[in-house]
Design a protein around this ligand. Structure first.
Ligand code: ZN
Length: 400
């Protein structure tokens, strides 16, 4: 019985610390006092004093004495120590590595990008390139590298977020890789790894008051195609952390042959490579997606026809996602959407006619252009886990 009561006490203390920390964070712009926190949480002033003492002892929270207006009585307000734990985020994609460092308020202190060649890379090579990119960032001095405590990685493919194991990442040519171990060896800090699109959803919503606790789906259309979704701010993962891996669901029965060996997969229609292959198979001389856009801009009939079919396919896919997930927000990202606004505009204009009126009027569809969102989301998630572990260890060491 003794053991259970200690565990309950520790869990309660941990949850209280997290609640109070979140309140202080949410009020950073106009710092809050202990008395106000007590009112907001319905906890006793004595409890709040003890919880904030823990957070101050941990170095995550500090107090700033100010004079309240009018009477001149002293009220002590609490703030987050912005640089208590800096977190590094890395986004591994087929064509780019993107990296950023964030502080405890999620502010990006620095970012960097490395352009990959059009070939397969071994995972060790990618980790070494990322380490080189990080070392370069450190020499610039826009953050204190000693305060960077943790690395979060958003990687394309199906990843076990608990173990950091990559089951498959076809875009990279990777299968069954212990990416977490490789990253730990190179960076010498705790590592958190997750799917890139899930991290992009976190990166896009965590500092948005309107979206962070809402129902949001994010769709990527570019190098790959996929979707990630959260309800009430909580990610939907599925049993294999593969919820939203829609690239190899059938989009057109008996359609084009996909790289996976099956026919008519979404990935062979709604990606840059898929579109280029469609055009090539019809005899048009194109090497890249850019060539198709150029022909379109030059008014070539075939390109106008192909882009029209392509944007109708995007609209159909987005419509399918609206019916499937019925979220308040549908965010659209990915290289095609970010680089070519007109493709998004054309696709968007076609959605209204293909879904029911009430679903169309309920959903808020937004094009989001932030190539660093997956790196930011990974950095934020890793930082959150790191701080939780700090609090847990502290409580375990300070419970009688
Ligand atoms: Zn396929």
């Amino acid at each position: 019985m003794q053991i259970y009561s200690v565990q309950n006490q520790q869990t309660l203390r941990f949850n209280n610390c997290k609640t109070v920390l979140n309140i202080i964070r949410d009020n950073q712009a106009t710092p809050i006092s202990r008395a106000d926190i007590a009112k907001e949480t319905f906890m006793s002033p004595t409890s709040i004093t003890r919880i904030t003492a823990d957070l101050i002892d941990l170095g995550i929270v500090k107090q700033a004495e100010t004079f309240s207006k009018g009477v001149g009585r002293r009220a002590t307000q609490l703030r987050i120590v912005n640089d208590a734990v800096l977190s590094l985020g890395l986004f591994i994609d087929k064509d780019f590595l993107r990296m950023c460092v964030i502080d405890c308020m999620g502010k990006v202190l620095d970012k960097a990008c490395f352009c990959l060649e059009d070939r397969d890379y071994e995972p060790e090579e990618i980790i070494q390139l990322a380490k080189g990119l990080y070392d370069e960032m450190c020499t610039k001095g826009s953050f204190d590298s000693k305060k960077v405590k943790v690395l979060g990685i958003g990687c394309v493919g199906n990843i076990d977020n608990k173990s950091g194991y990559v089951f498959f990442a076809p875009q990279m040519g990777w299968k069954k890789i212990d990416l977490k171990y490789m990253a730990e060896e190179a960076f010498k800090m705790p590592i958190y790894i997750d799917n890139d699109l899930k991290m992009a959803l976190i990166g896009t919503t965590y500092n948005s008051d309107e979206m962070k606790e809402s129902d949001v789906a994010i769709v990527t259309i570019g190098v790959g195609v996929g979707v990630s979704v959260m309800y009430n701010g909580k990610l939907v993962r599925g049993i294999s952390n593969a919820a939203g891996e829609v690239g190899h669901t059938v989009f057109k029965p008996n359609g084009r042959l996909c790289v996976c060996g099956r026919m008519g997969c979404l990935a062979s229609y709604l990606t840059e490579v898929g579109m280029v292959e469609i055009c090539k198979s019809k005899g048009y001389r194109v090497k890249s997606f850019k060539d198709i856009v150029e022909a379109y801009n030059n008014g070539e009939d075939w390109a106008i026809k192909e882009i029209d079919a392509f944007t109708s396919n995007i609209a159909t896919f987005l419509g399918n996602m609206i019916y499937t997930y019925n979220t308040k927000y549908l965010l659209v990202i990915g290289s095609i959407i970010e680089n070519y606004q007109f493709i998004y505009d054309l696709s968007f204009s076609k959605i209204k006619d293909i879904i029911h009126d009430n679903l169309y009027s309920d959903v808020i569809i937004k094009r989001v252009s932030n190539p660093y969102s997956a790196a930011m989301g990974a950095a934020y998630t890793a930082q959150n886990i790191y701080i939780e572990n700090m609090i847990r260890t502290y409580i375990n060491n300070h419970t009688l």
